[in-house]
Design a protein around this ligand. Structure first.
Ligand code: DC
Length: 218
């Protein structure tokens, strides 16, 4: 499959806005590969913490980039992540990673390295990629971009239902105010406020818009 023949559906939004559930449903329905770019930032942060590097020490964090092998691939249609051959699994969602992932992902060199891995996915598959800057920076040329939002209250409730341990406000603040590719709404993104919608309704809204934007074979 040629890179320029593949499509990207970009799903951006703040923490706990429901991006993962929506992306997972959309990708399963149309046979695209679901890639969660947040997990890449989490995997690198996990590795920084495991190596006892201070996440606020940008120079050491950048040094760590060159000393590990972060493998982002796919197996049987599911995207995979390995750090030096290890799958961090559920540790990616630990409160320690939650607490430190925003500061680590604000480092320019970290973003450059991971954005390059994110773009590589387009060489192998049609993708649904979720994140913060997918429509604005990683794949600005894709016509299929969405910004999935919800009120702070609803997002906090959704995160609590998953077990909590995540200071959403603090993460959103760092993610939206960092210098390099902050969380923002791409000019041509379709914005969906999901505060009062259930998952089926959001998925339907995305499909409707994809049709309007000309995505065939839905
Ligand atoms: O989607 P998530 O909440 O699991 O993402 C974890 C963190 O990773 C988020 O707080 C900021 C960072 N991130 C990013 O900077 N850019 C992305 N495209 C995705 C995530």
């Amino acid at each position: 499959m040629q890179e320029d023949e593949n499509n990207v559906i970009a799903i951006d939004g703040p923490a706990a806005s429901g991006k993962s559930s929506v992306s997972s449903r959309i990708s399963a329905k149309i046979g695209y590969l679901h890639v969660n770019s947040g997990l890449m930032y989490r995997a690198f942060t996990w590795s920084v913490l495991r190596s006892e590097i201070d996440p606020n020490d940008a120079a050491s964090v950048v040094g760590h980039l060159n000393s590990i092998n972060l493998n982002c691939g796919q197996s049987d249609g599911i995207s995979t992540l390995r750090v030096n051959g290890l799958d961090p699994g559920l540790e990616l969602k630990s409160s320690e990673v939650n607490e430190n992932v925003s500061v680590v992902s604000a480092v320019e060199e970290v973003r450059e390295a991971l954005v390059s891995k994110q773009r590589d996915y387009l060489k192998i598959a049609n993708i649904v990629m979720e994140g913060r800057d997918i429509g604005s920076v990683v794949f600005p040329e894709t016509p299929y971009k969405f910004y999935i939002d919800a009120s702070v209250e609803v997002r906090a409730k959704r995160r609590m239902a998953e077990g909590g341990g995540d200071d959403l406000n603090k993460r959103d603040k760092i993610d939206a105010s960092r210098k390099v590719s902050p969380l923002l709404i791409a000019e041509d993104a379709c914005v969906i406020d999901t505060s009062e919608m259930d998952l089926d309704q959001v998925v339907q809204a995305v499909f409707n818009e994809l049709k309007v934007r000309g995505l065939e074979k839905l």
